[in-house]
Write a protein that binds this ligand. Structure first.
Ligand SMILES: Nc1nc2c(ncn2[C@@H]2O[C@H](COP(=O)(O)OP(=O)(O)OP(=O)(O)O)[C@@H](O)[C@H]2O)c(=O)[nH]1
Ligand SMILES: [Mg+2]
Length: 476
């Protein structure tokens, strides 16, 4: 007869418990996106930081699992996909812990991080079966520019070229684009291709896109990969450009042009780009996302003027196409994504006084829902919030001409000076000419206010509401 001693029994119990836990463990693939500089890195850093440093003083009251005292702990664990770069959490956090604190460096592609959150279940079934459950959250950071390419999948090279030509010849882009357009329009599209010349013109087109994004604050950048090439830098697949003179060439001759002619090669590379770059992202990554947060920096666009704002509107429109599963032929044909929750966040809300936050949320809501096409989002629950991943201002009351007005105070980026101001009123709907004429909105970039200790939670605005919306139902 075999005897089981206490120790063996304990090991047994432990194993049984582990097995139960494994059965009940949950998992979410959470994707974070937004155009460049919209605040993705700061957001993910704060998201992780809030959870791993959760303690009795944490400011996450709207995250129910914490409010109800069921949260046990969160930690980073090795990520799932070994072929995707790691999100550089330590590096990014160190920007906020150094003195004086700064913002993290820009990032240039996709990255991943896995978080394990242990909690006590409240769900009646789970509660009797186990003391704790782990929710694994795989967070992916990817550039919103990649979503701008989706509509290209439905366009031929001619259609895309014509659409891009239209964009390049509109007011704000025209001045800068004209010399490039002149060069293209002088080319003989049927001549034998010179690959060096093609590379040179592609580089020129990329420079234009970079100028539009970073100097003019524009958002509609196509192909998105051109300004964020990652490991495709200098690859021929990123060496093409729109042919902007279709009106003046013989279409039959174009249809019959072979790949060794200039226009033939442009067309071939465009097709290859769609197949290998655009589709691959959707097939390898996008289809696996369960939840998505889209960060939009409405305040910088408001500050940059009507053209920049209109462009953000246009870009959000294009981005929404990626979540339009109902009608879009692209999705029914090629992919079956499964995103069930979509959160739009207006970032950097700490740049305006608190009573403006509601207006900012309403404004983003209008931008998201203004889309001309009747999109079908039946399957997706959507919400809009105004947030600050890392709150960098203090708010208070000041006086102007004998009147009390709300103000914010922060360290201005550039000269580090502590300044106090009322940045102005955020329009609660898509602004008309009057708003732009009066130009009462004055946005100033602030540096993070105070350095935090490594185990201290970063100050924020509404990150707890973000957590509740994105994870709340999975952590019951
Ligand atoms: N005041 C304030 N500024 C913020 C906040 N989040 C981001 N910023 C500002 O926005 C800039 C861009 O933030 P990132 O988090 O690097 O944005 P990103 O989307 O990762 O940018 P890329 O990596 O270039 O695509 C920062 O350098 C800050 O100036 C915030 O919560 N508050
Ligand atoms: Mg980044």
């Amino acid at each position: 007869m075999a005897f089981i001693n206490n120790e063996t029994l304990n090991v047994f119990k432990q194993k049984a418990n582990q097995l139960v836990n494994r059965t009940f463990d949950k998992h979410i693939n959470l994707a974070v996106t937004g155009l460049s500089r919209s605040g993705k890195t700061a957001f993910i850093t704060s998201f992780v930081n809030q959870l791993v440093n959760e303690n009795s003083q944490s400011k996450l009251d709207f995250f129910n699992v914490i409010h109800q005292g069921r949260f046990i702990a969160a930690k980073r664990v090795p990520q799932k996909s070994l072929h995707v770069p790691r999100f550089a959490y330590e590096k990014s956090l160190s920007a906020f812990t150094q003195t004086p604190p700064t913002w993290p460096e820009p990032t240039h592609g996709i990255s991943e991080l896995r978080l394990a959150i242990r909690y006590q279940p409240e769900d009646s079934l789970l509660k009797y079966a186990t003391d704790s459950v782990t929710l694994y959250v795989d967070i992916t950071d990817y550039p919103g520019e990649w979503l701008l390419d989706l509509p290209m999948l439905n366009q031929t090279f001619e259609e895309w070229s014509d659409a891009t030509n239209l964009l390049l010849t509109q007011t704000i882009r025209r001045d800068k684009a004209q010399p490039f357009l002149d060069k293209i329009n002088q080319l003989d599209p049927f001549e034998a291709v010179d690959e060096d010349k093609l590379a040179e013109l592609s580089a020129e087109y990329t420079e234009l896109l970079l100028h539009f994004r970073h100097q003019l604050g524009l958002s509609v950048i196509q192909p998105g990969r051109f300004i964020l090439p990652g490991d495709l830098q200098d690859a021929p697949i990123l060496q093409f450009f729109p042919y902007t003179n279709f009106n003046n060439i013989d279409i039959d001759q174009y249809q019959n042009a072979d790949d060794n002619s200039l226009i033939g090669m442009l067309r071939a590379r465009y097709i290859e780009y769609k197949e290998r770059v655009v589709k691959t992202f959707y097939k390898e990554h996008f289809v696996n996302f369960d939840r998505q947060i889209i960060l939009a920096d409405c305040l910088t666009s408001l500050n940059s003027g009507p053209e920049s704002f209109k462009d953000l509107q246009h870009a959000l429109n294009l981005i929404m196409e990626s979540f339009n599963y109902g009608k879009s032929g692209i999705f029914t044909r090629l992919f079956s994504p499964k995103i069930d929750k979509l959160l739009f966040a207006a970032t950097k809300a700490d740049h305006v006084t608190p009573e403006q936050h509601e207006q900012l949320t309403t404004l983003l809501n209008q931008l998201v829902h203004q889309t001309q096409h009747q999109l079908s989002f039946d399957e997706i629950q959507m919400a809009t919030l105004a947030i600050a991943s890392v709150k960098s201002t203090k708010s208070g009351v000041g006086e102007h001409q004998g009147r009390k007005i709300p103000v914010i105070q922060g360290r201005r980026v550039g000269d580090d000076k502590l300044i106090t101001l009322f940045p102005g009123t955020v329009p609660n709907k898509i602004p008309h000419q009057e708003f732009w004429q009066n130009k009462t909105f004055n946005y100033v970039s602030f540096a993070p206010l105070d350095a935090v200790a490594e185990n201290q939670a970063l100050p924020h605005l509404r990150m707890d509401q973000v957590l509740e919306f994105l994870l709340g139902d999975k952590i019951k």
